[in-house]
Design a protein around this ligand. Structure first.
Ligand SMILES: *Cc1c(COP(=O)(O)O)cnc(C)c1O
Length: 395
């Protein structure tokens, strides 16, 4: 692989890696909407199919636009290989299918994306893969859940919606001492704010649908890691099972990557301001945000992340009724569970993303009835605050 970029900074990698210009001399990357590729001769076709010659065969497994996205994201995460997928969930599924087999055991954070929990508890279990769920920020719980057949540790940090943080380096050491791999879903931070591979993780998962796109247009995902784990084992699943990213979507994500660093800095700065302001409001009981001194793992955040990110949650006084009144009073903010958009989004986790939990599970996961989550977008901060203030004054 072309590795000149190793001396380059993140923004340069985001703009300059992966693109191989065609004979047309295009400045921006081309989209290659083609399902298959032609060969100069029968012998060349045979060499490609036999693996003796590199090159495109069929867009289920290689496409130049998709490859540009893969090489760029790999360069940004500091990984050898990236495999792009149709969605974030298919990135996780391809990872599981590539690395796990019947009889294996997985330890997963209790605070991961709800559909990820479902994938492990309902579907992977059908194929003989057992999974235990543990509190994200409790290292003893991870240690205690280890078994001889534990093959994979899986987490997101910061978590949704309470922004708890896991010590990636410590959990990578724990995994490796026990012959397991650590996979980190880096959706909330993106490589602009956190590079799990550098901290010792083996695999990075992305839902490109969120910040990598950043403008809420396309669904996609990616897996990043070393040449064997990702380039062979996960790629093999993609090639065979086919949850492939389309070239059109890859092009949109490429454009997203080019502004990722700027956007993540701006999301972080705006969220920090909104979090501090909310912390001082009398209708707000508590604010959860990695950038606040009141965050229980503020020091770890400073060590592990370049900035706190754009997601925060807060608890209003008055439970669900007050939370709903606040949400319904907004005029600019979008009421949607999606996140990582230029548009600020607001949601009530207790009745949406975490609505399926019973009261006991909600208490254990800290999702109270008064909790509201916002993904702070790139509108002017005074307008975001003004929109929230109208609701807070009605509580
Ligand atoms: C959205 C999300 C996913 C799933 O991604 P899709 O692109 O919707 O399939 C996985 N992990 C996290 C943290 C997410 O926010």
């Amino acid at each position: 692989m072309y590795n000149e970029y190793e001396t380059w900074g993140l923004a340069t990698r985001a703009i300059r890696t992966g693109h191989q210009r065609t004979q047309e001399g295009e400045h921006a990357e081309a989209i290659f909407p083609t399902s298959s590729f032609v060969f100069a001769s029968a012998a060349e076709a045979a060499a490609r199919f036999g693996g003796d010659q590199e090159g495109n065969i069929y867009s289920r497994f290689t496409n130049p636009t998709v490859r540009t996205f893969e090489e760029r994201l790999a360069a940004m995460e500091g990984g050898e290989r990236c495999v792009a997928t149709a969605s974030g969930m298919s990135a996780i599924l391809a990872t599981c299918m590539g690395l796990l087999q019947s009889g294996d055991h997985v330890i997963c954070s209790r605070s991961v994306f709800g559909t990820t929990t479902m994938l492990f508890s309902k579907y992977m279990s059908k194929f003989g893969v057992a999974c235990d769920f543990v509190p994200l920020s409790d290292p003893d719980a991870w240690q205690g859940a280890l078994r001889d057949n534990t093959r994979l540790l899986f987490l997101e940090t910061p978590s949704n919606p309470l922004t708890e943080v896991a010590d990636i380096a410590a959990l990578a050491r724990l995994a490796h001492a026990n012959g397991a791999l650590l996979a980190v879903d880096n959706c909330f931070c993106t490589p602009a704010l956190q590079q799990p591979l550098e901290l010792g993780a083996d695999i990075v998962i992305h839902s490109a649908t969120k910040y990598l796109d950043g403008q809420g247009r396309c669904v996609g995902g990616a897996v990043v890691g070393d040449a064997k784990t990702v380039g062979e084992e996960v790629f093999g699943v993609l090639r065979t099972a086919g949850p492939t990213m389309s070239p059109f979507n890859a092009w949109v994500f490429l454009k997203g990557l080019e502004t990722l660093k700027l956007r993540m800095q701006a999301h972080s700065a705006a969220a920090t301001e909104v979090a501090r302001w909310l912390e001082g409001h009398p209708a707000v009981r508590r604010v959860h945000y990695p950038g606040l001194e009141s965050h229980p793992q503020h020091e770890l955040v400073a060590r592990q992340q370049r900035a706190p990110g754009g997601i925060l949650s807060f608890e209003v006084r008055g439970g669900r009724e007050a939370a709903w009144r606040l949400i319904d009073s907004t005029r600019i903010l979008s009421i949607t569970a999606n996140l990582g958009d230029t548009r600020t989004t607001i949601t009530h986790p207790g009745s949406t993303t975490h609505g399926r939990l019973n009261d006991q599970e909600k208490a254990a996961s800290g999702v109270s009835d008064g909790l509201v989550r916002i993904s702070v977008g790139l509108e002017d901060i005074q307008d975001i605050q003004g929109d929230l203030l109208r609701g807070l004054e009605r509580i």
